[in-house]
Design a protein around this ligand. Structure first.
Ligand code: PEP
Ligand code: MN
Length: 407
Protein backbone atom coordinates (compact mmCIF):
# COMPACT_ATOMS: atom_id res chain seq x y z
CA UNK A 1 0.00 0.00 0.00
CA UNK A 2 1.33 3.45 -0.82
CA UNK A 3 1.13 6.01 1.92
CA UNK A 4 -0.08 9.46 0.96
CA UNK A 5 2.44 12.08 2.08
CA UNK A 6 1.95 15.71 1.19
CA UNK A 7 5.28 17.39 0.60
CA UNK A 8 5.54 21.15 0.29
CA UNK A 9 7.01 22.38 -3.02
CA UNK A 10 8.40 25.61 -1.56
CA UNK A 11 7.62 28.71 0.43
CA UNK A 12 5.93 29.08 3.80
CA UNK A 13 2.48 29.94 2.40
CA UNK A 14 1.90 26.43 1.14
CA UNK A 15 2.06 25.27 4.75
CA UNK A 16 -1.11 27.26 5.37
CA UNK A 17 -3.24 25.80 2.61
CA UNK A 18 -5.70 22.94 3.12
CA UNK A 19 -4.15 19.51 2.80
CA UNK A 20 -5.27 16.27 1.22
CA UNK A 21 -6.57 13.58 3.55
CA UNK A 22 -5.43 15.60 6.58
CA UNK A 23 -1.78 14.77 5.89
CA UNK A 24 0.58 17.63 6.82
CA UNK A 25 2.93 19.13 4.26
CA UNK A 26 6.30 17.68 5.20
CA UNK A 27 8.85 20.22 4.00
CA UNK A 28 11.68 17.67 3.72
CA UNK A 29 10.64 14.54 1.78
CA UNK A 30 14.12 12.97 2.10
CA UNK A 31 13.98 13.21 5.88
CA UNK A 32 10.43 11.78 5.88
CA UNK A 33 11.60 8.77 3.85
CA UNK A 34 14.48 8.19 6.29
CA UNK A 35 12.15 8.37 9.26
CA UNK A 36 9.70 5.92 7.69
CA UNK A 37 12.49 3.47 6.98
CA UNK A 38 13.68 3.75 10.59
CA UNK A 39 10.11 3.17 11.84
CA UNK A 40 9.85 0.14 9.55
CA UNK A 41 12.75 -1.44 11.40
CA UNK A 42 11.52 -0.75 14.95
CA UNK A 43 9.63 -3.33 17.01
CA UNK A 44 5.82 -3.25 16.98
CA UNK A 45 4.30 -1.28 19.88
CA UNK A 46 1.48 -3.77 20.61
CA UNK A 47 0.99 -7.44 19.74
CA UNK A 48 -1.48 -9.17 17.40
CA UNK A 49 -2.79 -11.46 20.17
CA UNK A 50 -3.63 -8.38 22.27
CA UNK A 51 -5.61 -6.93 19.35
CA UNK A 52 -7.43 -10.25 18.99
CA UNK A 53 -8.22 -10.25 22.71
CA UNK A 54 -9.76 -6.78 22.41
CA UNK A 55 -11.80 -7.85 19.37
CA UNK A 56 -13.25 -10.70 21.43
CA UNK A 57 -14.13 -8.35 24.29
CA UNK A 58 -15.77 -5.97 21.81
CA UNK A 59 -17.78 -8.91 20.52
CA UNK A 60 -19.36 -9.06 24.01
CA UNK A 61 -20.31 -5.40 23.57
CA UNK A 62 -21.73 -6.17 20.12
CA UNK A 63 -23.97 -8.83 21.72
CA UNK A 64 -25.20 -6.35 24.33
CA UNK A 65 -23.38 -8.19 27.12
CA UNK A 66 -20.87 -5.47 28.00
CA UNK A 67 -20.29 -1.74 27.80
CA UNK A 68 -17.28 0.11 26.38
CA UNK A 69 -15.67 3.08 28.10
CA UNK A 70 -13.14 4.74 25.78
CA UNK A 71 -11.51 7.93 26.99
CA UNK A 72 -8.50 10.16 27.38
CA UNK A 73 -6.96 13.33 26.04
CA UNK A 74 -8.01 14.97 22.79
CA UNK A 75 -4.30 15.35 22.07
CA UNK A 76 -1.62 13.62 24.12
CA UNK A 77 1.61 15.55 24.59
CA UNK A 78 5.16 14.24 24.46
CA UNK A 79 6.23 16.19 27.51
CA UNK A 80 5.16 19.27 29.36
CA UNK A 81 5.03 20.53 32.92
CA UNK A 82 1.34 19.62 32.80
CA UNK A 83 1.82 16.02 31.78
CA UNK A 84 -0.41 13.65 33.66
CA UNK A 85 1.07 10.43 35.02
CA UNK A 86 -0.27 7.36 33.20
CA UNK A 87 -1.38 5.98 36.56
CA UNK A 88 -3.73 8.94 37.13
CA UNK A 89 -5.24 8.57 33.67
CA UNK A 90 -5.94 4.87 34.27
CA UNK A 91 -7.27 5.56 37.79
CA UNK A 92 -9.81 8.01 36.38
CA UNK A 93 -11.05 5.46 33.82
CA UNK A 94 -11.05 2.74 36.51
CA UNK A 95 -13.24 4.85 38.82
CA UNK A 96 -15.67 5.53 35.99
CA UNK A 97 -15.72 1.85 35.02
CA UNK A 98 -16.54 0.87 38.63
CA UNK A 99 -19.47 3.27 38.68
CA UNK A 100 -20.72 2.11 35.27
CA UNK A 101 -20.36 -1.55 36.25
CA UNK A 102 -22.14 -1.33 39.58
CA UNK A 103 -24.87 0.97 38.26
CA UNK A 104 -25.61 -0.96 35.07
CA UNK A 105 -24.90 -4.53 36.14
CA UNK A 106 -22.88 -4.97 32.92
CA UNK A 107 -19.15 -5.66 32.58
CA UNK A 108 -17.27 -2.52 31.47
CA UNK A 109 -14.44 -2.78 28.96
CA UNK A 110 -11.89 0.05 29.25
CA UNK A 111 -9.90 1.45 26.32
CA UNK A 112 -7.72 4.55 26.62
CA UNK A 113 -7.33 7.34 24.09
CA UNK A 114 -3.74 6.85 25.04
CA UNK A 115 -0.23 5.82 23.94
CA UNK A 116 -0.59 7.12 20.39
CA UNK A 117 -3.07 10.03 20.30
CA UNK A 118 -0.45 12.44 18.96
CA UNK A 119 -1.96 13.60 15.64
CA UNK A 120 -4.99 15.81 15.07
CA UNK A 121 -7.18 16.41 12.01
CA UNK A 122 -7.98 20.12 11.67
CA UNK A 123 -10.74 22.06 9.93
CA UNK A 124 -8.38 24.81 8.80
CA UNK A 125 -4.75 24.76 7.65
CA UNK A 126 -3.88 28.05 9.32
CA UNK A 127 -4.24 29.65 12.74
CA UNK A 128 -4.42 33.43 12.80
CA UNK A 129 -3.50 35.59 15.79
CA UNK A 130 -3.72 39.30 15.19
CA UNK A 131 -2.28 39.82 11.72
CA UNK A 132 -0.15 36.67 11.81
CA UNK A 133 -1.10 33.36 10.22
CA UNK A 134 0.87 30.19 10.91
CA UNK A 135 0.30 26.52 10.10
CA UNK A 136 -2.22 25.06 12.53
CA UNK A 137 -1.06 22.72 15.33
CA UNK A 138 -1.57 19.12 14.13
CA UNK A 139 -0.48 17.26 17.24
CA UNK A 140 2.92 16.59 18.76
CA UNK A 141 3.64 13.93 16.11
CA UNK A 142 3.69 16.74 13.51
CA UNK A 143 4.56 20.12 15.02
CA UNK A 144 4.66 22.12 18.25
CA UNK A 145 1.82 24.03 19.89
CA UNK A 146 4.01 27.13 20.37
CA UNK A 147 2.93 29.93 18.01
CA UNK A 148 6.08 30.54 15.99
CA UNK A 149 7.10 29.64 12.48
CA UNK A 150 9.76 27.09 13.35
CA UNK A 151 7.64 25.34 15.96
CA UNK A 152 4.66 25.05 13.60
CA UNK A 153 6.64 23.66 10.65
CA UNK A 154 5.97 19.91 10.34
CA UNK A 155 9.04 17.90 11.37
CA UNK A 156 9.23 14.22 10.30
CA UNK A 157 11.55 13.56 13.26
CA UNK A 158 8.43 13.95 15.41
CA UNK A 159 7.05 10.68 14.03
CA UNK A 160 9.96 8.91 15.73
CA UNK A 161 9.35 10.92 18.88
CA UNK A 162 5.69 9.80 18.76
CA UNK A 163 6.82 6.17 18.59
CA UNK A 164 9.10 6.67 21.60
CA UNK A 165 6.42 8.53 23.58
CA UNK A 166 3.86 5.78 22.88
CA UNK A 167 6.43 3.19 23.91
CA UNK A 168 7.03 4.97 27.24
CA UNK A 169 3.30 5.11 28.02
CA UNK A 170 2.91 1.43 27.08
CA UNK A 171 5.78 0.57 29.46
CA UNK A 172 3.99 2.52 32.20
CA UNK A 173 0.84 0.50 31.50
CA UNK A 174 2.75 -2.81 31.61
CA UNK A 175 4.41 -1.80 34.89
CA UNK A 176 1.04 -0.85 36.38
CA UNK A 177 -0.41 -4.17 35.20
CA UNK A 178 2.13 -6.13 37.23
CA UNK A 179 2.25 -3.82 40.28
CA UNK A 180 -1.17 -2.18 40.37
CA UNK A 181 -3.46 -5.11 41.05
CA UNK A 182 -6.22 -3.00 42.60
CA UNK A 183 -6.10 -0.58 39.66
CA UNK A 184 -6.38 -3.35 37.11
CA UNK A 185 -9.15 -5.06 39.08
CA UNK A 186 -11.19 -1.85 38.69
CA UNK A 187 -10.26 -1.55 35.01
CA UNK A 188 -11.87 -5.01 34.60
CA UNK A 189 -8.72 -7.12 34.51
CA UNK A 190 -7.47 -5.59 31.32
CA UNK A 191 -6.86 -2.33 29.54
CA UNK A 192 -6.32 -1.53 25.88
CA UNK A 193 -5.00 1.43 23.87
CA UNK A 194 -6.50 3.35 20.97
CA UNK A 195 -5.88 6.42 18.85
CA UNK A 196 -6.97 8.01 15.59
CA UNK A 197 -4.99 6.40 12.75
CA UNK A 198 -4.35 9.68 10.96
CA UNK A 199 -0.74 9.93 9.79
CA UNK A 200 -0.43 7.45 6.94
CA UNK A 201 3.40 7.18 6.84
CA UNK A 202 3.47 6.37 10.57
CA UNK A 203 0.55 3.94 10.56
CA UNK A 204 1.75 2.19 7.41
CA UNK A 205 5.24 1.72 8.88
CA UNK A 206 3.68 0.09 11.95
CA UNK A 207 1.41 -2.19 9.94
CA UNK A 208 3.04 -5.59 10.16
CA UNK A 209 2.41 -9.10 8.99
CA UNK A 210 1.72 -11.57 11.78
CA UNK A 211 3.58 -14.75 10.81
CA UNK A 212 1.36 -17.02 12.90
CA UNK A 213 -1.90 -15.97 11.19
CA UNK A 214 -0.50 -14.57 7.93
CA UNK A 215 -2.62 -11.45 8.54
CA UNK A 216 -1.70 -7.74 8.75
CA UNK A 217 -2.16 -5.81 11.97
CA UNK A 218 -1.80 -2.10 12.73
CA UNK A 219 0.55 -2.45 15.66
CA UNK A 220 0.67 1.18 16.82
CA UNK A 221 -2.31 0.54 19.13
CA UNK A 222 -5.00 -2.05 19.84
CA UNK A 223 -8.09 -0.25 18.53
CA UNK A 224 -7.53 2.19 15.68
CA UNK A 225 -10.18 4.61 14.52
CA UNK A 226 -10.64 6.93 11.60
CA UNK A 227 -12.14 10.33 12.11
CA UNK A 228 -15.11 12.17 10.69
CA UNK A 229 -12.81 14.01 8.26
CA UNK A 230 -11.02 10.97 6.84
CA UNK A 231 -13.80 8.37 6.54
CA UNK A 232 -14.34 8.65 2.76
CA UNK A 233 -15.09 5.11 1.50
CA UNK A 234 -12.62 5.56 -1.39
CA UNK A 235 -9.99 7.30 0.75
CA UNK A 236 -6.63 6.00 1.96
CA UNK A 237 -7.61 5.78 5.62
CA UNK A 238 -10.49 3.40 4.98
CA UNK A 239 -8.18 1.33 2.75
CA UNK A 240 -5.62 1.15 5.56
CA UNK A 241 -8.26 0.01 8.08
CA UNK A 242 -9.73 -2.49 5.61
CA UNK A 243 -6.31 -4.15 5.34
CA UNK A 244 -5.72 -4.81 9.04
CA UNK A 245 -7.11 -7.40 11.41
CA UNK A 246 -7.45 -5.10 14.46
CA UNK A 247 -10.79 -4.02 15.78
CA UNK A 248 -11.44 -0.70 14.01
CA UNK A 249 -13.80 2.22 14.57
CA UNK A 250 -15.18 5.04 12.47
CA UNK A 251 -16.38 8.39 13.81
CA UNK A 252 -19.56 9.55 12.15
CA UNK A 253 -20.89 13.11 12.19
CA UNK A 254 -24.17 14.74 11.18
CA UNK A 255 -23.55 14.56 7.42
CA UNK A 256 -23.29 10.76 7.45
CA UNK A 257 -25.78 9.07 5.12
CA UNK A 258 -27.22 5.57 5.09
CA UNK A 259 -25.18 4.96 1.93
CA UNK A 260 -21.97 5.91 3.81
CA UNK A 261 -22.82 3.40 6.54
CA UNK A 262 -23.57 0.69 3.97
CA UNK A 263 -20.25 1.23 2.20
CA UNK A 264 -18.25 1.34 5.43
CA UNK A 265 -19.84 -1.91 6.61
CA UNK A 266 -19.02 -3.67 3.32
CA UNK A 267 -15.45 -2.37 3.25
CA UNK A 268 -14.51 -2.75 6.90
CA UNK A 269 -16.55 -5.73 8.05
CA UNK A 270 -17.43 -7.84 5.00
CA UNK A 271 -17.64 -10.99 7.16
CA UNK A 272 -19.95 -9.41 9.76
CA UNK A 273 -17.66 -10.36 12.59
CA UNK A 274 -18.79 -9.18 16.04
CA UNK A 275 -16.15 -6.90 17.60
CA UNK A 276 -14.47 -5.99 14.32
CA UNK A 277 -16.30 -2.72 13.60
CA UNK A 278 -17.47 0.08 15.88
CA UNK A 279 -19.36 3.22 14.86
CA UNK A 280 -18.67 6.21 17.10
CA UNK A 281 -21.59 8.61 16.62
CA UNK A 282 -20.87 12.33 17.29
CA UNK A 283 -24.05 13.88 15.97
CA UNK A 284 -24.73 16.69 18.45
CA UNK A 285 -27.26 16.78 21.28
CA UNK A 286 -29.86 18.54 19.14
CA UNK A 287 -29.58 16.15 16.21
CA UNK A 288 -29.09 12.73 17.76
CA UNK A 289 -32.82 11.87 17.98
CA UNK A 290 -33.35 12.64 14.28
CA UNK A 291 -30.08 11.49 12.73
CA UNK A 292 -29.18 8.34 14.63
CA UNK A 293 -32.23 6.09 13.96
CA UNK A 294 -31.79 5.76 10.16
CA UNK A 295 -28.08 5.01 10.60
CA UNK A 296 -28.81 2.28 13.16
CA UNK A 297 -31.50 0.93 10.81
CA UNK A 298 -28.96 0.72 8.00
CA UNK A 299 -26.60 -1.29 10.20
CA UNK A 300 -29.48 -3.65 11.03
CA UNK A 301 -30.53 -3.93 7.37
CA UNK A 302 -26.95 -4.88 6.44
CA UNK A 303 -26.91 -7.64 9.03
CA UNK A 304 -23.96 -5.92 10.66
CA UNK A 305 -23.11 -6.62 14.30
CA UNK A 306 -21.29 -3.24 14.56
CA UNK A 307 -20.95 -1.78 18.04
CA UNK A 308 -22.54 1.65 18.65
CA UNK A 309 -20.64 4.12 20.80
CA UNK A 310 -21.59 7.70 21.68
CA UNK A 311 -19.02 10.51 21.44
CA UNK A 312 -20.96 13.38 23.03
CA UNK A 313 -18.00 15.75 22.73
CA UNK A 314 -17.30 16.52 19.07
CA UNK A 315 -20.82 17.44 17.96
CA UNK A 316 -21.18 19.89 20.84
CA UNK A 317 -18.15 22.17 20.66
CA UNK A 318 -18.67 25.93 20.74
CA UNK A 319 -16.51 29.02 20.97
CA UNK A 320 -17.14 31.65 23.65
CA UNK A 321 -17.21 35.39 22.94
CA UNK A 322 -13.61 35.43 24.21
CA UNK A 323 -12.63 32.89 21.58
CA UNK A 324 -12.26 29.89 23.94
CA UNK A 325 -13.26 26.49 22.57
CA UNK A 326 -15.52 24.81 25.12
CA UNK A 327 -18.39 22.38 25.71
CA UNK A 328 -21.26 22.42 28.18
CA UNK A 329 -21.53 19.45 30.53
CA UNK A 330 -25.33 19.63 30.25
CA UNK A 331 -25.17 19.34 26.46
CA UNK A 332 -22.72 16.43 26.64
CA UNK A 333 -25.08 14.63 29.01
CA UNK A 334 -28.04 15.45 26.75
CA UNK A 335 -26.38 13.71 23.79
CA UNK A 336 -25.56 10.63 25.89
CA UNK A 337 -29.19 10.48 27.06
CA UNK A 338 -30.49 10.94 23.52
CA UNK A 339 -28.17 8.21 22.22
CA UNK A 340 -29.43 5.75 24.85
CA UNK A 341 -33.07 6.71 24.21
CA UNK A 342 -32.71 6.06 20.48
CA UNK A 343 -31.18 2.63 21.09
CA UNK A 344 -33.86 1.74 23.65
CA UNK A 345 -36.57 2.68 21.15
CA UNK A 346 -34.98 0.53 18.43
CA UNK A 347 -34.17 -2.39 20.73
CA UNK A 348 -30.45 -2.08 20.00
CA UNK A 349 -27.57 -1.84 22.47
CA UNK A 350 -26.15 1.56 23.47
CA UNK A 351 -22.67 0.04 23.47
CA UNK A 352 -20.47 2.67 25.00
CA UNK A 353 -19.03 6.11 25.53
CA UNK A 354 -16.10 7.82 23.81
CA UNK A 355 -14.95 10.79 25.89
CA UNK A 356 -12.25 13.43 26.03
CA UNK A 357 -11.32 13.62 29.69
CA UNK A 358 -8.52 14.10 32.18
CA UNK A 359 -8.17 13.32 35.88
CA UNK A 360 -6.73 16.83 36.29
CA UNK A 361 -8.80 19.60 37.82
CA UNK A 362 -9.00 21.58 34.57
CA UNK A 363 -11.53 24.25 33.55
CA UNK A 364 -12.23 23.37 29.92
CA UNK A 365 -15.90 22.29 29.89
CA UNK A 366 -18.48 24.42 31.69
CA UNK A 367 -21.16 23.09 34.06
CA UNK A 368 -24.21 25.15 34.92
CA UNK A 369 -24.63 23.62 38.37
CA UNK A 370 -20.97 22.99 39.16
CA UNK A 371 -17.91 25.09 39.78
CA UNK A 372 -16.83 25.79 36.17
CA UNK A 373 -18.67 28.78 34.67
CA UNK A 374 -17.76 30.46 31.42
CA UNK A 375 -15.75 33.11 33.26
CA UNK A 376 -13.61 30.37 34.87
CA UNK A 377 -12.46 28.78 31.60
CA UNK A 378 -9.18 30.66 31.36
CA UNK A 379 -8.15 29.61 34.87
CA UNK A 380 -6.86 26.12 34.15
CA UNK A 381 -7.33 25.47 30.45
CA UNK A 382 -4.56 22.99 29.70
CA UNK A 383 -5.74 21.05 26.65
CA UNK A 384 -3.56 21.31 23.55
CA UNK A 385 -6.64 20.88 21.37
CA UNK A 386 -10.26 20.19 22.42
CA UNK A 387 -11.82 20.81 25.87
CA UNK A 388 -11.89 17.76 28.16
CA UNK A 389 -14.12 16.79 31.06
CA UNK A 390 -12.19 17.14 34.31
CA UNK A 391 -12.03 14.26 36.82
CA UNK A 392 -15.21 15.31 38.71
CA UNK A 393 -17.21 15.95 35.54
CA UNK A 394 -16.13 12.61 34.05
CA UNK A 395 -17.19 10.70 37.17
CA UNK A 396 -20.49 12.59 37.32
CA UNK A 397 -21.23 11.65 33.70
CA UNK A 398 -20.56 7.99 34.55
CA UNK A 399 -22.91 8.26 37.58
CA UNK A 400 -25.69 9.75 35.48
CA UNK A 401 -25.25 7.25 32.64
CA UNK A 402 -24.98 4.00 34.62
CA UNK A 403 -28.64 3.58 35.67
CA UNK A 404 -29.84 4.12 32.09
CA UNK A 405 -27.77 1.14 30.96
CA UNK A 406 -29.55 -1.47 33.06
CA UNK A 407 -30.65 -4.02 30.46
C1 PEP B 1 -11.21 13.66 17.91
O1 PEP B 1 -11.62 12.57 18.32
O2 PEP B 1 -10.41 14.36 18.54
C2 PEP B 1 -11.74 14.15 16.61
C3 PEP B 1 -11.09 15.04 15.88
O3 PEP B 1 -12.94 13.62 16.31
P1 PEP B 1 -13.83 13.69 14.98
O4 PEP B 1 -13.05 12.97 13.93
O5 PEP B 1 -15.06 12.94 15.41
O6 PEP B 1 -14.08 15.12 14.68
MN1 MN C 1 -10.94 16.13 19.93
Amino acid sequence: MTAVANTAPSGADVLLTPVEHQQPYWPDPGRLADVVSTLDGLPALVQPDECDALRLRLADVARGEAFLLQGGDCAELFASPLIEPTRNKLRCLADMASVLRSGSGLPCLTVGRIAGQYAKPRSSGAETRGDRALPVYRGDAVNDLRFDTEARTPDPGRLLAAYRAANRVLSDIRRLRTRGRALFADLGGDFFTSHEALLLPYETALTRNDPSSGRSYGLSGHLLWIGERTRQPDGPHVALMAGIRNPVAVKIGPTTTRADIAELVELLDPHREPGRLTFIARLGANAVHDLLPPLVDEVLDRGSPAVWVCDPMHGNTRTTADGIKTRRFETIWAEVRGFIEVHRALGTHPGGLHLELTSRDVTECTDEHGPVRERDLARRYESACDPRLNGDQALELARLTAPLLRP
